[in-house]
Design a protein around this ligand. Structure first.
Ligand SMILES: [Zn+2]
Length: 90
């Protein structure tokens, strides 16, 4: 197994941003910053509908639609909340 390369071709600016984030977040190293950022991105990307638990997909930067119940979700303070639900069919 070859060693996986974590660091891609970061620019000088990226490296400085990482160092600044590391200090700001009080983390031990740039790899921890990268992990924290990946977790945050994953939290945003992996949306589960608060109404039915199905996965939802992003329709905009801060809104998403549930594939299960067709609810419209909106990101508010890092929490997905239901904006509208489709009326249940009789
Ligand atoms: Zn749903």
């Amino acid at each position: 197994m070859s060693e996986q390369k974590l660091w891609l071709n970061l620019s000088e600016e990226d490296v400085q941003t990482l160092a600044a984030l590391q200090a700001e977040m009080g983390l031990g190293g740039p790899d921890e910053v990268m992990h924290a950022l990946i977790r945050q991105a994953h939290t945003r990307a992996a949306i589960s509908c608060p109404a039915c638990g199905h996965s939802a997909h992003l329709t905009a930067e801060d809104s998403a639609r549930c594939d299960g119940c067709m609810s419209i979700l909106q990101l508010s303070d890092q929490i997905w909340t239901i904006v509208t639900t489709r009326p249940t069919t009789a």
